[in-house]
Design a protein around this ligand. Structure first.
Ligand SMILES: CCCCCCCC/C=C\CCCCCCCC(=O)N[C@@H](CO[C@@H]1OC[C@@H](O)[C@H](O)[C@H]1O)[C@H](O)/C=C/CCCCCCCCCCCCC
Ligand SMILES: O=c1ccn([C@@H]2O[C@H](COP(=O)(O)OP(=O)(O)O)[C@@H](O)[C@H]2O)c(=O)[nH]1
Length: 403
């Protein structure tokens, strides 16, 4: 009995060392790869060679940056595209932002689809359905409401869409906005997310996001179009899996997509992270273990114990050295992501970094706490494997109160 416990503890301590080595490797790999391959600006192809792009823009409600974010899609430097706005409900205030922009830019090939088409639980898919069906090009791009498109984005997506590729996705980061909450978001996307996103994709893991991605419609159509993903909330992950199952590759772009939400706070960031964590755990249950272990504090405590158990290293000394190394690696990582142009100083970074690391503990607990989660006007629950059930739906008129 005692020897079994000793054996189990030794195995657990060994597991902590292996996990630690793997994650530090991932960290260093993503830093190097980011420096070598990312932030590469590509010119748009000449008009006669540019493939047409149908940009789907699913919208719900408005925020103070929505008009700017949408306008960037009207002025983006790409020779051949159509802009398809999608709004689920006729009383959504986003209509009052889209229509004036359509009048301001009459030369842009643009349509507004109101009403959606319910093909499943995922409200983003339902919202995009009419526009997806009407899209005229084989390259369909999804650009979420919070994305401010840059001139580099579409040429980068097109560059990576080789003949054997079915989906190209860009890692999302956030643009510089005022306030501490914005800094915390910037630190999350530029450090913790970048580590797994860049490193994971490089090692061949499927880590996509549907916030800004380019899809090959002809391949989607073979399996029933985007409607087939309506039963999941994490449609991005299942689209990527589908592309692989059809023999097409999923590629990561070498430029970023820029999130520029107008409403942001620590608590909304926290709720979003917990929602994503729930999605990941339902799709890939091993992430119940690895979601916390990929983070600095949980991994540090676990490995401090493991190295004390196996090698008698003082756990406090180990933990403090670990904090310092992780902090420095994260700083180098975010410098690479933002091309050495950080809009904040080292002290601000340290404060935001520490806050974000502490928040991860609460994010994880929050993701375990309740099986339901809210997303815009709906409340959902997930089944094992990632299929979703809708628990509650608020009336769309609530969106008017967000104005
Ligand atoms: C021994 C080492 C093991 C390492 C294990 C790594 C564990 C990974 C832990 C965390 C992963 C963080 C991933 C960051 C990016 C994902 C962000 C995310 O969760 N997005 C989900 C939600 O997106 C929105 O959902 C609604 C949708 O409508 C919107 O359009 C979306 O933007 C998204 O659905 C999930 C995507 C896939 C996540 C897969 C994670 C797999 C991680 C495996 C990484 C393995 C690295 C291996 C290193 C050795
Ligand atoms: O009920 C919904 C919820 C979301 N969306 C759209 O889905 C995209 C992603 O939504 P959000 O930014 O809330 O997702 P997150 O990135 O936080 O997961 C955005 O374009 C939303 O407008 C939608 O069309 N209907």
């Amino acid at each position: 009995m005692v020897s079994n416990i000793v054996l189990a503890l030794t195995a657990l301590a060994g597991f902590s060392s292996i996990t630690y080595a793997a994650i530090i490797f991932l960290h260093i790999l993503s830093i190097i790869y980011c420096r070598i391959h990312c932030n590469k600006k590509r010119e748009p192809p000449p008009p006669d060679k540019a493939p047409g792009i149908s940009i789907l823009k699913p919208l719900v409600g408005i925020d103070p940056n929505l008009a700017d974010n949408l306008e960037s899609h009207f002025t983006v430097d790409y020779p051949k595209y159509e802009l398809l706005f999608c709004i689920n409900d006729e009383c959504d205030p986003a209509i009052s932002i889209v229509k004036p922009l359509m009048s301001k830019y009459p030369k842009v090939d643009c349509q507004l689809f109101i009403g959606g088409h319910p093909v499943g639980i995922n409200p983003k898919i339902n919202n995009m359905m009419p526009a997806y069906l009407a899209s005229k090009y084989d390259f369909v791009m999804i650009s979420d409401a919070g994305i401010r498109i840059s001139n580099e984005s579409i040429p980068d997506l097109v560059f990576h869409m080789k003949d054997n590729v079915g989906m190209v996705h860009q890692m999302p980061i956030t643009v510089h906005r005022k306030g501490f909450a914005a800094l915390v978001e910037m630190v999350y996307f530029g450090c913790a997310q970048a580590r797994v996103y860049i490193g994971g994709n490089l090692l061949g893991f499927l880590v996509p996001t549907g916030m800004c991605c380019l899809l090959r419609k002809s391949v989607l159509e073979d399996g029933g179009g985007i409607a087939q993903f309506g039963k999941y909330i994490a449609e991005d992950y299942f689209i990527a899996k589908y592309m692989l199952s059809r023999g097409f590759k999923v590629a990561i772009g070498s430029y970023w997509s820029l999130q520029n939400h107008g409403f942001y706070s620590i608590s909304s960031h926290q709720a979003r992270m917990a929602r994503w964590s729930k999605l990941r755990q339902a799709m890939l249950p091993t992430l119940y273990v690895f979601d916390p272990l990929i983070e600095c504090i949980a991994l540090g405590i676990f490995t401090a114990w493991g190295s004390y158990y196996l090698y008698h290293v003082h756990p406090v000394v180990f933990f403090l050295c670990h904090l310092l190394v992780w902090f420095l690696l994260d700083y180098i990582q975010i410098l690479g992501v933002y091309n050495d142009k950080l809009p904040f100083g080292k002290f601000e970074f340290a404060m935001a970094w520490m806050t974000r690391e502490i928040l991860t503990i609460f994010t994880y607990l929050q993701s375990l706490w309740s099986p339901d989660f809210k997303w815009k006007t709906g409340t959902y629950k997930l089944k094992w494997g990632g299929e979703a059930i809708k628990v509650k739906q608020k009336d769309y008129t609530v969106l008017n109160h967000l104005v």
